[in-house]
Ligand binder design. Structure first.
Ligand SMILES: Cc1cc2nc3c(=O)[nH]c(=O)nc-3n(C[C@H](O)[C@H](O)[C@H](O)COP(=O)(O)OP(=O)(O)OC[C@H]3O[C@@H](n4cnc5c(N)ncnc54)[C@H](O)[C@@H]3O)c2cc1C
Length: 443
């Protein structure tokens, strides 16, 4: 029997545990999941409030209708019925007005651009949509490619503000394959799960426990000691873990035959010294999301997603969850996300929820002058590593899932490319990892 440690309890880790436990029962693989948080689900995790029937994600989450890997994962768990699909409305805020921009027709009606520019933009988007694989586009910076093909104005009005707020100082460096992969999987209908992604993850956890998987919640892995040849010639890892359950936290050291990390490089390199973790191409940005609970709707006309293309606004998107999901599940409250990406060394990243709220208020008043009367509460969530930076020819710098240390594996959002990180891709990547482990162990 081999002892396996999976570090992290996000959807990638849950899928690895599920797939491995299907291949080999607890008599062959004893699987342990270590999660520092009180609950599984990672960045897709959520919370609930009094009288809410469903959990709500800390950061806005939806799936696309064609996210097949995630659907297959749910099917294998017998949970596919939980998924449902709905049409939503996406708009762009530009010079004080909201413009619907989520279809060929709405683009054609967007009079801020000349007819010629609208047509060019539409043709390029249609080309990207039908292109089966756009990875070859990685040799071009999206900023250059889009200006050349769509024109200067569409770049300045529609795309540049989004690149700037998503990638800060690196906006001009992001490659065109990444942009292709943002356009390609988009569907008119979006998908969500009954009960919310946190309830889904907890349900999956229950099924895993029945299969013999052991969860160590609120237990942080602090150090991985790499194997030395043991007396009986069996190599093993030693994990130093710290229980966060009480103030008098305890540390433990235990042995494992195989270790799988699902952490981003910034967190992984804190617990192990591997040469590949020093690569500068592994850089990424942090995310900061404010969740606002309101008595009434904030956005007009049932807009679900509002891209903020205004200069100097502090957030890049306003996402009104209940213009997608019925607010009867949340005690009739209206829940709105204010999303933002930034470098973790920017002073704003360290500001309190109250300071951030005060700095957002003047802009929120422009969206709805009654915002203060509508407010119930707000919460602020931060993720230190939330968005990898994918520059020109990024495929040459992709980290391997088999690390330089045998039997130490790594799967994370930094292994996902050219598609953008997301739940579906976390399943795709973790499936690939399981195939590699299967080969290595001869299972
Ligand atoms: C703002 C925002 C919006 C998003 N929107 C969407 C969306 O609409 N649709 C979509 O599909 N995806 C979306 N995503 C992305 C999605 O959440 C992630 O791709 C996915 O959750 C990643 O799963 P993972 O298992 O790879 O990693 P994670 O979810 O990051 O899991 C890693 C886990 O490791 C734990 N951990 C870290 N260090 C240690 C340690 N030392 N010991 C033990 N545990 C540790 C963490 O607590 C965490 O739970 C969004 C992400 C963000 C930030």
């Amino acid at each position: 029997m081999k002892k396996v440690a999976i570090i992290g309890g996000g959807f990638g880790a849950l899928n690895v545990a599920w797939q491995l436990s299907n291949i080999a029962g607890p008599d062959k693989l004893q699987i342990n999941v270590f999660e520092q948080d009180q609950q599984v689900a990672g960045m897709a995790g959520g919370f609930t409030e009094k009288n809410w029937a469903w959990t709500l994600e800390k950061h806005y989450h939806h799936l696309f209708a064609k996210d097949r890997a995630f659907q297959k994962f749910l099917k294998s768990l017998g949970l596919e019925e939980k998924l449902f699909f709905k049409k939503t409305k996406t708009s762009t805020r530009w010079q004080g007005k909201n413009f619907q921009l989520d279809s060929a027709l709405s683009l054609l009606a967007f009079q801020e651009l000349s007819l010629f520019d609208r047509l060019r933009t539409g043709v390029v988007l249609a080309f990207l949509k039908i292109l089966p694989n756009g990875q070859f586009l990685e040799k071009y910076p999206a900023s250059v490619f889009l200006q050349k093909t769509m024109g200067k104005k569409p770049w300045q009005i529609i795309w540049q503000p989004l690149f700037k707020s998503k990638f800060s100082a690196w906006a001009a460096d992001i490659n065109m394959a990444w942009f292709w992969a943002r356009i390609k999987p988009r569907t008119v209908k979006l998908a969500y799960v009954e009960g919310g992604f946190q309830s889904l993850a907890s349900e999956i956890q229950k099924q895993l426990v029945k299969k013999g998987v052991k969860f160590h919640l609120q237990e942080r892995v602090e150090k991985i000691y790499l194997p030395k040849q043991a007396k009986n010639n069996q190599a093993y890892f030693k994990l130093k873990t710290k229980s966060l359950k009480s103030q008098n936290s305890t540390t433990q050291e235990k042995k494992y035959d195989l270790v799988i990390s699902t952490l981003p490089s910034t967190q992984f390199k804190k617990i192990v010294a591997l040469p590949e973790l020093k690569d500068d191409h592994l850089r990424g940005l942090s995310a900061m999301t404010m969740v606002v609970r309101l008595k009434e709707s904030l956005l007009p006309d049932k807009i679900y997603w509002l891209n903020i293309n205004e200069k100097r606004w502090p957030f890049l998107a306003v996402v009104e969850h209940n213009n997608f999901i019925d607010n009867k599940h949340y005690n009739q409250e209206h829940l709105v996300y204010l999303g933002r990406y930034l470098s973790s060394d920017e002073p704003a990243y360290r500001q309190s929820a109250k300071t951030i709220w005060q700095s957002y208020l003047p802009y929120l008043r422009k969206l709805n002058p009654n915002i203060e009367q509508l407010l119930i509460d707000y919460r602020l969530y931060k993720e230190d590593f939330a968005q990898p930076l994918v520059k020109v020819n990024h495929s040459q710098h992709l980290p391997k899932m088999r690390t330089s240390c045998p039997k130490l594996y790594w799967v994370s959002m930094q292994h996902i490319y050219p598609f953008d990180r997301g739940l579906n891709q976390a399943i795709v990547a973790s499936n690939q990892l399981v195939t590699e482990i299967k080969q290595d162990l001869g299972l």
